[in-house]
Design a protein around this ligand. Structure first.
Ligand code: URA
Length: 246
């Protein structure tokens, strides 16, 4: 496998200028490789071992980025939208050159764990219905979620379009009461990702989800230190765990 690449290509990939801007930076003597001033921005470098400095700042090259977002309500899980703000609009502009996209969708009014990446292969594997990657949601549901709902979910339920879901695991954290205006609080783990699946599973047992948050995906749980709308990169260990889950 080829270890070296053109310097200007690498820098363009991480968002440091177009080829013509890089030519100018080179002319101005602003780029160094391994401590030596660069004369030709088309030179070959090995991004894994060569130290590249532009305007005094080291350049971190990588092909893929993996981001965990705590998605807030009111933004759509898309890269572009004519009406609404998207999850990509919430990212720091440093990520713009990577062209990340959300892995799967959370509804506009759903919060919580959303993975964004430009690694199409990992995204495809995580979304593949054959891989059965579990996703766990916390929800508030009107009103009394019962053992019979748990049994129904453990068998799989029939959605409004006739689709039979795979079994889901329902944990009842708090049993609500309509007379006290208190919704139930539950966690539901599902192995697939049909459109509005959690809401429609409750609809299938005659109940209404009034708040929904994804709290985990495969082996990864939402980082509790991420406020709504915040993002962080996955650690090496987290990425490995996710790759192994597929
Ligand atoms: N199920 C839903 O109903 N909505 C989501 O956003 C995710 C799962």
């Amino acid at each position: 496998m080829k270890q070296t690449h053109r310097l200007d290509k690498i820098l363009a990939h991480v968002g440091i200028g177009t080829r013509s801007e890089l030519k100018r930076l080179t002319k101005d003597g602003a780029i160094y490789v391994n401590g030596v001033k660069v004369k030709d921005s088309g030179m070959q470098v090995n991004p894994d071992t060569d130290i590249i400095i532009v305007n005094g700042e080291p350049v971190l090259y990588r092909e893929f980025v993996y981001l965990m977002m705590n998605k807030p309500q009111g933004v759509v899980s898309a890269t572009e939208d004519n009406r609404d703000r998207t999850v990509v609009d919430l990212l720091d502009k440093a990520y713009a050159p990577f062209d990340v996209f959300p892995v799967g969708r959370l509804d506009k009014d759903t919060e919580g764990f959303l993975l964004l990446t430009n690694d199409g292969k990992l995204a495809h594997n995580l979304l593949s219905p054959r891989k059965h990657v579990p996703k766990t949601y916390f929800a508030k549901v009107e009103w009394e979620v019962s053992e019979s709902d748990r049994d129904a979910f453990s068998q799989g339920v029939t959605l409004d379009d006739g689709y039979e879901t795979l079994p889901g695991i329902l944990r009842i954290l708090k049993t609500g009461k309509e007379s006290e205006n208190e919704p139930s609080e539950i966690e539901l783990t599902i192995m697939e990702g049909k459109f509005h699946q959690v809401k429609r599973m409750f609809q299938a047992v005659g109940k209404k989800v009034v708040y929904l948050k994804r709290i985990s995906m495969g082996p990864l749980a939402l980082d509790p230190s991420l406020a709504l709308g915040q993002v962080r990169e996955l650690s090496k260990e987290e990425l490995l765990a996710l790759q192994n889950a597929t």
